[in-house]
Design a protein. Structure first.
Length: 157
């Protein structure tokens, strides 16, 4: 039996932030060298079918595997997330924490990606949910997707 991958056509979410442009450097206050707070984010193009949002924030340039800095889901549909907004359920990141942990590369410049998903439902998941579990639970419910990236390099004294 041959399995054919089904192409999924998501609506595109347009992401932006008032504190950095896509591909620019992340302001220090949103990193481990600053206040370690999530940055504000604007989300445009959310379809009317959306019932919640989810965010995965990760470092694909980590030395071993992609490093997960933040997992949050069941965010009420909004076009603006404020700095430090925690309006959903947070899962377990690769630091072993249930909250946002900003960029903190051991060496060099790393790229950090905010992936935002619009879902047609709310998810019922335990607090120790990891990225793979979140992706599995939300994949049949994704109605739109967008991402934006930031760079960060630690300044050592």
């Amino acid at each position: 039996m041959i399995h054919v991958a089904q192409e999924i056509d998501y609506k595109v979410l347009n992401l932006s932030s008032s504190v950095f442009m896509d591909g620019d450097y992340m302001p220090v206050q949103h990193t481990c060298d600053g206040l370690n707070t999530s940055p504000p984010m604007d989300i445009e193009g959310i379809p009317s079918a959306a019932k919640s949002l989810a965010i995965i924030f990760e470092d694909p340039d980590a030395p071993i595997n992609t490093w997960i800095h933040w997992l949050i889901w069941n965010i009420p549909v909004t076009h603006h997330l404020k700095e430090r907004d925690v309006v959903g359920r947070q899962g377990l990141n690769d630091f072993g924490k249930h909250y946002y942990c900003g960029p903190c590369p051991l060496n060099g410049t790393h790229r950090y990606v905010f992936k935002v998903y619009a879902l047609d439902t709310q998810l019922i998941l335990p607090i120790n949910t990891k990225k793979s579990d979140l992706l599995k639970a939300m994949s049949p419910h994704i109605v739109a997707y967008g991402e934006m990236a930031a760079l960060y390099k630690r300044i050592t004294p």
